[in-house]
Design a protein around this ligand. Structure first.
Ligand SMILES: CC(C)(COP(=O)(O)OP(=O)(O)OC[C@H]1O[C@@H](n2cnc3c(N)ncnc32)[C@H](O)[C@@H]1OP(=O)(O)O)[C@@H](O)C(=O)NCCC(=O)NCCS
Length: 174
C-alpha cells in the first residue's frame, strides 16, 4: 500500500467547519450510505461535547482531508478520564495512505500527555488493534451499543483498562 501521509495534524478551528462537514459526509456516505455523522459532529460541537484539544483535522496542502472527534464518556455515570473516539473520517480519494493512522496516533498521544485514562470506540475490529485497542467486553467494559468485537478500548499511560458501563455524551443519544 502507498504510504504518503504527508499531512499536518492540528486541532480543528472554526474556519475548518464547512470542510469538515464535507470530509465526514463524503467518507460516511461512501462507506455506509449515510452521512448522519455530519450532524453528530455539529451537535457535539454546539453542545461543547467535543474535547477541543483532541478533536483534530489532517491537512494536506492546507486542505482538510481528515477529521477525528473525541468526546468525554462517563463510567458508571461518573467522569473517569475516559474518551470516546468517534467519528473519524478521511476523504475517500485519500484513504489508505496513512491519514487515518496519523490522526489516531496524534489523538492518542495528545490524550495520554494530557492525562486521560482510556479511550473507547466502535469500529472495525481489524483496523484498531494496530493502535493498541482490544475488545472491551472481555475486560468487563460495557457500552450502549452491544458487546461485539468492534466495541474496543485502549488504556493510556500507566492506567489499566477500567470495568463498568460507558456512556457517550448526549449527542450520541439523540
Ligand atoms: C476508517 C478510515 C478513517 C481510515 O482512514 P485511512 O486514512 O484510510 O486509514 P490508513 O490509511 O491509516 O489505514 C488504512 C488501513 O485501514 C484499513 N481500513 C480502512 N477502512 C477499513 C474498513 N472499513 N474495515 C477494515 N479496515 C479498514 C485498510 O484496510 C488499511 O489496512 P492496511 O494498512 O492493513 O492495508 C477511513 O477509511 C474512512 O474515513 N472510512 C469511512 C468512514 C469510517 O468508516 N470511519 C470509521 C468508523 S469506525
Amino acid at each position: 500500500m502507498q504510504r504518503d501521509a504527508d499531512v499536518e495534524i492540528r486541532p480543528e478551528q472554526p474556519s475548518d467547519f464547512d470542510a469538515i462537514d464535507r470530509v465526514v459526509g463524503d467518507a460516511f456516505l461512501a462507506e455506509f450510505g449515510s452521512n448522519s455523522e455530519v450532524a453528530l459532529v455539529r451537535t457535539m460541537r454546539a453542545r461543547g461535547e467535543l474535547v477541543a484539544d483532541l478533536t483534530l483535522v489532517a491537512l494536506r496542502d492546507e486542505v482538510v482531508v481528515g477529521h477525528l472527534a473525541m468526546s468525554e464518556v462517563t463510567l458508571d455515570g461518573r467522569a473517569a478520564g475516559g474518551l470516546g473516539l468517534a467519528p473519524v473520517a478521511v476523504a475517500p480519494a485519500l484513504q489508505g495512505r496513512g491519514v487515518g493512522s496519523a490522526l489516531i496516533e496524534a489523538a492518542l498521544a495528545r490524550a495520554e500527555a494530557a492525562g486521560w485514562r482510556f479511550v473507547v470506540l466502535l469500529g472495525h475490529e481489524h483496523y484498531y488493534p494496530r493502535f493498541g485497542f482490544e475488545p472491551a467486553s472481555p475486560r468487563g467494559l460495557t457500552g450502549d451499543y452491544g458487546d461485539h468485537d468492534g466495541w474496543m478500548v485502549r488504556a493510556l499511560g500507566d492506567f489499566d483498562v477500567p470495568s463498568g458501563h460507558v456512556r457517550y455524551g448526549s449527542a450520541f443519544r439523540d
